[in-house]
Structures are given as structure tokens and as C-alpha cells.
Design a protein around this ligand. Sequence first.
Ligand SMILES: CC(=O)NCC[C@H](N)C(=O)O
Length: 140
Amino acid sequence: MIVRTTAEITDTDRHIKGNNGNWESKRIVLADDRVGFSFHETTIAAGTTNDFHYANHVEAVWLTRGKGTLRDLTNGKEYPLEAGTMYLLDGNEKHQVIVEEEMQMLCVFNPPVVGDENHDENGIYPLLRLQDDGTVVREK
Ligand SMILES: CC(=O)NCC[C@H](N)C(=O)O
């Protein structure tokens, strides 16, 4: 069994700042826990528009705080986001998160994020795999 607290993650190498400057992510469960998914708490700043594209991962997002809009960039559809709403990117959809009130979200990634992944210029995380010997290989 593994038990962790926010205090153990905040301001450590598990606390990642997004390279668009708009979000931060506390990486609660990572690939080295070897459970097949990673689990993050993400905060996104009010007044921002964020383009994401998890081409190599499935992501589920559960909003615990905040308000805004999710836009599916594959078809232009928009969905209101507020506490208690979940979206699942089961088709690796390019999407946009438009934030009216600061959002806090709980996010699950499969395959699991290894550690400090950040978005490239297209909003994509690389596909990194943690090998049994602890080394990380880039697969995409
Ligand atoms: C909602 C979203 O995709 N936010 C960006 C950060 C990501 N969820 C992460 O925790 O790495």
C-alpha cells in the first residue's frame, strides 16, 4: 500500500509547472509505482486558454473546482466545465480548455506519466516507458 499527501509532493520534483505558464500538476502516482496509470492534481489559471493534445495517452479529468469550457478541436463541440464534471479523452482528441474561474482537476493518464513530462509545441507529452532496471526510454 502507498499513502501520500499533498505536503509530500508540493515543491518537489513531482510538482511540475506547465511550460505555457498557465498550469501546474502535482504528480501523485507515477510510472514507478507500477500500477499502470498515473494520477495527478492539476490547477489551471483563470483567464487562460490552453491547447492540449495527448496523442500518446488516454486522459480522464474530473473537475473538483472552477468553471470554464472544453472545446473538442476535432469537431468544434463545446462542453461546460464545472465541479463534478468529467471528460475522458478516449480518442486522443486535440482539445482546448478555456478557464473562467481557476480550475482544480484530478487527472488519470494511461500509460502512466514517468515524471516531469511537459507539453511540446503541439500540446503533446512524449511517450516514455520506465524499464524494469529503472531507466526511461522514449518510444514516441
Ligand atoms: C487538463 C490538463 O490536461 N492539464 C494539463 C496538465 C496535465 N493534466 C497533467 O497533470 O500533466
